[in-house]
Design a protein around this ligand. Structure first.
Ligand SMILES: [Zn+2]
Length: 327
């Protein structure tokens, strides 16, 4: 791809990020790759609750990002067992509920495979599941839930999202970034660590920290996760201090890591930032350009019954459970 094929907005965003931020080397997670963050020395200290051995233990494998995203290889040595359980049952579970429709559509394999999405409730109505080769959409005739556009070769439907509390899902994302940052940066995020550990999600912390969600259309690997951490350049004081990006399947999430100390310089200033640029699929003419959505995960009350619109393109359709249509 040459520069001239790129969207001018992408070129502009590249220039913006290059001028304002510097990045650490990206982490590429693939099946079979194991990486352990933090050093081996004892006594170990937990960077989340600040306690050290023997007051806390480090027996469990602490995932740097939840296994639901397909991570089987990135762990840290600085998350104690108590914090690991607290996050697993709380904010990581909330993040899991929020991200489940995207993970199903991206064919992301968690501990028990690609998540299946069903209509909630006891009735057998519809389900979307991935069987290893393709998606199976099952529904019962009295309640069709998808629309087929044969001319455009598309299926459109609404996926149900499990109940989640937006700010808790945001904490789950921020926790990933706070796990990735180098030890020398930890002091800049003291209040942020306390905030993500606080099970009271009604507490006010930062008023506005958008999450950019970029959807990259077209076929993408479902077994590669790319994590990238970016920090503001020393000469810059008009943008947030730090953020990370996490690319998995067809999605890239860009999450800011609020720092009370380092972000004081942008307090009260209106911010307009472009999303971190993504060049998109190699065949953008066929699949379309990446689409950016800004997620405001600031709601403090549980959200029930939300739906997420989804579109599948298809090359062929196979009918099952009845007579095949003539071809
Ligand atoms: Zn801890």
């Amino acid at each position: 791809m040459s520069m001239t094929d790129l969207d001018p907005a992408i070129i502009e965003a590249c220039a913006f990020y290059d001028a304002h931020y510097a990045g650490a080397d990206p982490i590429f997670l693939e099946p079979g790759k194991k990486l352990m963050l933090g050093d081996r020395a004892h006594p170990r200290r937990c960077r989340f609750c600040r306690l050290q051995e023997p007051a806390v233990t480090f027996k469990d494998e602490a995932h740097a990002l939840p296994a639901a995203f397909g991570n089987t290889g990135l762990f840290s040595r600085y998350e104690c067992d108590a914090c690991n359980h607290l996050f697993g049952e709380g904010i990581e579970n909330q993040l899991g509920n929020w991200s489940k429709p995207m993970r199903t559509l991206g064919r992301i394999k968690g501990r028990s495979g690609v998540p299946t999405i069903k209509k909630p409730g006891p009735d057998k109505c519809w389900r979307v599941e991935f069987d290893g080769s393709g998606f199976q959409l099952s529904h019962y005739e009295d309640e069709p839930f998808f629309e087929i556009d044969e001319a455009a070769k598309q299926i459109r439907f609404q996926l149900h999202r499990d109940t989640y509390t937006p700010v808790a899902a945001l904490k789950g994302l921020v926790k990933i970034g706070l796990t990735l940052i180098p030890e020398v940066e930890v002091a800049n995020f003291r209040e942020t660590y306390d905030w993500i550990r606080d099970p009271d999600h009604r507490r006010n912390f930062v008023s506005e920290f958008p999450v950019f969600r970029t959807f990259v259309p077209g076929p993408m690997r479902n077994d590669l996760i790319v994590l990238m951490l970016m920090r503001r350049r020393a000469s810059v004081d008009n943008v947030p201090y730090a953020f990370f990006t996490m690319a998995y399947g067809n999605e890239v999430l860009q999450v800011f890591l609020p720092s009370i100390i380092q972000d004081a310089c942008i307090d009260g200033r209106p911010l307009t930032l472009p999303a971190f640029p993504n060049p998109g699929s190699r065949d953008a003419a066929r699949y379309g350009r990446p689409r950016v959505k800004v997620e405001h995960l600031t709601g403090r009350e549980p959200v029930r019954g939300e739906t997420v619109p989804a579109v599948f393109g298809f090359d062929e359709m196979r009918m099952s459970g009845g007579d095949s249509p003539p071809t």
